[in-house]
Design a binder for this molecule. Structure first.
Ligand code: CUK
Ligand code: CUA
Length: 653
């Protein structure tokens, strides 16, 4: 419980602050400062716990946070980066949607090309439902090189390079109608895993819901990640056909379970809803059975199986391992799991799996050793309607622990601690996955979905901090209308008992999941390494304009402009073209000073490009509108920033 102790005496305040080393830190910073702090606490009615929280979360100006929280940006289709423990928002990375400040998707050819990769059925898509960011891993530990994120609504994966925190690639999955068990990586980022959620036809054709069992399917795609290229290689990727259950969250095995992936499911009832037709609603139909199926998939073997074309079919240009091949080759097994499960989380040592059921108050702990043995001994209770062998529940489960109402997702600490979110109960349960003992519960506000512990899903969790990604905020913040802010609650897990530290309102919803990485594992660039650097290729561009080399060249109806940007001018400053000309603008920020970013915007032409120091970009457009169009720098880069402008003059043809 949160202490509601109010301070009565300044003297008590002194004592507590002294206990936190406050005065030592003040270092003689003026007489009476301690008294002021005590007075402030008293005036604001802060409790001792409040002061402790403030001291723990405050990062003094000029100092850095210890961790970075890489969070889904929810429906924005973007990624948010926060510092922990300050919970300061450091960046919003455009992934599936344009991001105006970074000029992502607003004129620069390269970023347009990335966004265009995300078109589906020849449509531009103006949003994403991003759920799960996944940091790249080496030997089961975050390596700080790449970040992946899924879009549930339009089955896609975005690839972000953490040298410049920019999106480099979007891959779509035409076989799926939606994804959810994504993005998750295998322990060396061999593959980025993407499990489907709502079943559909793999070939994208229409099928009646009456033919659901026959025609509808789920699937899991293993996208091959080429680390040297920094891109997913679709041609070396493969998909495994699955029954039309609603596949849910996934996780990859590590250590002893390396080479395997685990996916939860619900709706093994294969309900198709239809209230209007007198059928039970989806929510009832999908919860009829006591057990659903944990999918146990041998991806390492599947990768070899997929190499032989005799084993696969090509569907919509992708390589598919049909379900019967998956069964025959021993790639796919099921294990019963309690009622409508949600999260499956592999323990840091890879020896156990923790599964939580939305409608079951227990965490169920599966033993990898037992699963492996059951597979070897063919210890099956039968098969599902599609012929997938079902491992006996008792042959795979090590134990269960009652946690509370609505357990969803689990993260881990360094000493056998498991932290499981309790959605219905609005609490975090801390328990030990080795001894199956409950340690403690902490109320959160309210209805928590995912948790993000520091490095909490790697093979070496840090402890220290936990973020509770709450679904409801209700009364936690000033009302800003009926759509309430989302709330990230920061929790200190370093002590004996968990302590709620801070409510961080998130102005963007709904973020589902985040991962927390030690900041010193990242080594992002402060500027692009050389002048003329193209973030699309992550190399110096031959075409990049250099200082002294600025010019305008006409080639028929195409006008190439080679431009440089430097505090506080563009060169050239006049661009004169005829209506209908194609303008190709190559522009380089020739500066190398840290943070000397210039923007380049053309009024009324929907162009805004961000040029970080050293960066070059190409903007291509047809000068179809006649008139005078200022172009100008959109970053306040210098005292004469407002003067950093020029004119595009388009004369009638
Ligand atoms: S899901 Cu949202 S709270 Cu998409 Cu990971 Cu569980
Ligand atoms: Cu460059 Cu303002």
């Amino acid at each position: 419980m949160i202490g509601k102790h109010r301070w009565k005496l300044g003297a008590t305040a002194f004592a507590v602050l002294a206990g936190f080393g406050y005065f030592a830190a003040c270092g003689g910073g003026g007489q009476g400062q301690g008294a002021d702090v005590g007075q402030i606490a008293q005036d604001r009615g802060l409790s001792q716990e409040d002061i402790a929280r403030a001291v723990k979360t405050y990062v003094p100006t000029g100092q850095m946070d210890e961790y970075l929280l890489m969070s889904s940006g929810g429906h924005s289709g973007q990624v948010m980066v926060f510092g922990v423990p300050s919970m300061r928002l450091l960046k919003v990375i455009g992934v599936f949607t344009p991001e105006p400040w970074q000029g992502y998707g607003l004129g620069a050819e390269e970023t347009h090309a990335v966004l265009d990769q995300g078109r589906m059925l020849e449509k531009d898509i103006g949003w994403g439902d991003t759920h799960h960011p996944a940091l790249s891993e080496t030997e089961g530990d975050y390596d700080g090189e790449y970040l992946f994120i899924n879009d549930k609504a339009n089955p896609r994966i975005g690839v972000i390079d953490l040298r410049d925190f920019e999106t480099k690639q979007i891959v779509t999955d035409p076989l799926l109608t939606s994804n959810h068990g994504a993005a998750f990586v295998t322990p060396n980022t061999e593959y980025v895993v993407e499990g489907s959620q709502y079943a559909g036809t793999l070939d994208g054709t229409h099928a009646s819901l009456d033919d659901y069992e026959e025609r509808y399917r789920g699937a899991v795609t293993f996208f091959k990640f080429d680390r040297d290229a920094g891109r997913i290689d679709v041609d070396r990727s493969f998909t495994i056909e699955l029954p039309p259950y609603a596949q849910d969250l996934s996780d990859a095995g590590k250590g002893p379970s390396h080479g395997w992936a685990f996916i939860n499911s619900f709706n093994t009832e294969m309900a198709t809803g239809g209230i209007g037709k007198g059928n039970p609603p989806f929510e009832a139909g999908t919860a009829a059975n006591d057990m659903d199926y944990l999918h146990v998939i041998n991806w390492e073997k599947a990768a070899k199986v997929a190499e032989n074309p005799e084993n696969t079919r090509t569907v919509q240009g992708r390589t598919l391992i049909p379900i019967d091949v998956a069964i025959e080759q021993g790639l796919l097994y099921f294990i019963p799991e309690p009622k409508s499960p949600h999260g499956v989380d592999v323990t840091p040592d890879g020896s156990k799996l923790v599964i939580s059921g939305k409608l079951d108050p227990h965490a169920t702990v599966y033993s990898w050793e037992m699963i492996e043995e059951a597979i070897a001994n063919e210890d099956f209770s039968g098969t599902d309607p599609y012929g997938v062998p079902i491992i006996n529940f008792d042959s795979a489960v090590e134990g269960q622990l009652e946690l509370g109402l609505g357990p969803l997702h689990t993260q881990f600490g360094p000493n056998g601690e498991a932290y499981t979110s309790l959605f219905i109960e609005s609490a975090v349960a801390k328990w030990n996955y080795e001894t199956l003992e409950m340690i403690e519960k902490l109320p959160v506000h309210y209805n928590v979905g995912h948790l993000a512990a520091a490095e909490g899903d790697t093979r070496s969790p840090d402890g220290n901090y936990l973020v509770s990604l709450n679904k409801w905020a209700i009364d936690r913040f000033q009302s800003v209308g009926p759509l309430h802010p989302q709330n990230f609650q920061l929790i200190d897990t370093s002590g004996e008992s968990m302590q709620l530290l801070y409510d961080a309102a998130i102005g963007i919803g709904e973020p589902h999941y985040a991962q927390m990485i030690k900041a010193d594992k990242l080594s992002p660039w402060n500027t692009y390494p050389e002048v003329g650097f193209d973030p699309g290729t992550m190399a110096v561009s031959e075409e990049a304009p250099r200082a002294g080399d600025e010019r305008i060249e006409r080639d028929g109806n195409t006008v190439h402009v080679y431009m440089t940007a430097v505090r506080s001018h563009f060169n050239p400053e006049h661009i004169e073209v005829n209506q209908g000309d194609e303008v190709v603008l190559h522009v380089t920020n020739v500066e190398q000073a840290r943070d000397a970013t210039h923007g380049f915007a053309i009024n009324k032409y929907n162009v805004n490009v961000s040029l970080e120091p050293g960066e070059t970009q190409t903007v291509r457009f047809t000068a179809d509108r006649v008139g005078t169009f200022p172009f100008y720098c959109t970053e306040f880069c210098s005292a004469l920033h407002l003067e950093m402008m020029g004119y595009l003059l388009v004369q009638p043809s």
